[in-house]
Each structure stands twice: as structure tokens, then as C-alpha cells.
Design a protein around this ligand. Sequence first.
Ligand SMILES: [Zn+2]
Length: 81
Amino acid sequence: MEEKTLPPQPLDEWMLALLACSCPAHLPVHLNAEKTELICACGRYAFAIGEDGIPNMLLEEAKVLNPDADPAQVTSAEESD
Ligand SMILES: [Zn+2]
């Protein structure tokens, strides 16, 4: 594994695929239009992305976009049953 000092980079698709929301449902997240936040698939939480490009996935520090959104009621595409 190579380790190089790279400048901060925008989040890539592959990294998004690795990330999951910290809510109990662990739903996938996606970038908002400004690429400053990661939005949980449940629509409830927004996680800020720091200047270093690292998202803060702490649930207690996440912004609540929609208090009515319930992660437990969102079915992940991978778990269609
Ligand atoms: Zn969530």
C-alpha cells in the first residue's frame, strides 16, 4: 500500500460506497449538491465534510435535516426481501 502525501481531495464514489450513516439503519450516504455534506439515505441526517475532506460521521454532531424521517423505515436496496 503506497502512502503519499496528497492534497485534500473531493470524496469519490468509491469512498462514498464505503461510508454508511451512523444511524441504526446504517444507510448509504450521498453528497449534497454543494459537496459540503453527506446526506443519509433516510433523509434525516447530514454529516459535515471537513476542510481535509474527511466527513464527520458522528451521529451526535450530525445536522438533523428532517426530524420526521425514520431511518428504520427506509429499506436499503441491498436488503430487499
Ligand atoms: Zn441515517
